[in-house]
Design a protein around this ligand. Structure first.
Ligand code: HEC
Length: 181
């Protein structure tokens, strides 16, 4: 029996309700606040909370990506070699990566824009923040779609492979744009 992740549960996993209300608060604040100062250039921002806090934030982020990488690996192998496929195992992996992707919403605080060697996140994560957020949201949406298709098809169907391919492409696109080699 494959555990079913309901829509509401997924929203909770991804912290969507929280993100929405936080956005509302930000909009309200922006409406009352005087015009914001121009955004700083690509240079790393001074680390609020100190270099130590900045390094810790980058460490947390890298740990999340390590877990995403380890859990996505068997899915990547299915895409590459066409197997082995096991519906329950695949469901487990997708559910984990989906949960971990939600943690990324809070994994890029301003103070963790500190450059190498502590992080391979490019300054563009912060300077092109809307684009980065879209890249992250596409990734999460495609994971939800993949989860749905896996629950429905329970097999290595063409639609499953297409949905899995879309997620793999999200890893690559975001890395090309926002991650140092
Ligand atoms: C929205 C952008 C984005 C998406 C989507 C994304 N990544 Fe990443 N990934 C990054 C960034 C940025 C870093 C660099 C993090 C750092 O060094 O602070 C990274 C780092 C990594 C790392 C290196 C972690 C380490 O330091 O050892 C791995 C592994 C990884 N990603 C795997 C994946 C896989 C697999 C997927 C897809 C299933 C994926 N990522 C999707 C942006 C993304």
């Amino acid at each position: 029996m494959i555990s079913h992740v309901s829509k509401r549960r997924r929203a909770a996993i991804l912290g969507l309700a929280l993100a929405t209300s936080a956005c509302g608060a930000l909009v309200a604040e922006a409406q009352n606040a005087p015009a914001p100062a121009p955004a700083p250039a690509a240079a790393p921002a001074p680390a609020a909370g100190g270099a130590n806090a900045a390094r810790q934030a980058a460490d947390v982020r890298k740990s999340i990506f390590k877990l995403i990488g380890a859990n996505f690996r068997p899915l990547g192998a299915i895409l590459k070699d066409g197997g082995p496929y096991d519906a329950a195992e695949v469901n487990k992996r997708i559910t984990r990566v989906l949960f971990l992707s939600g943690l990324l919403n809070e994994a890029f605080p301003e103070n963790s824009n500190i450059g190498e060697p502590d992080t391979k996140a490019k300054p563009e994560v912060w300077t092109k923040h809307a684009e980065f957020q879209k890249s992250l949201k596409d990734f999460q949406d495609h994971l939800v779609a993949l989860s749905d298709i896996n629950e429905k098809d329970k097999g290595l169907t063409d639609s499953f492979k297409t949905a899995l391919g879309a997620v793999a492409q999200d890893c690559k696109s975001c890395h090309d744009e926002f991650k140092l080699k």
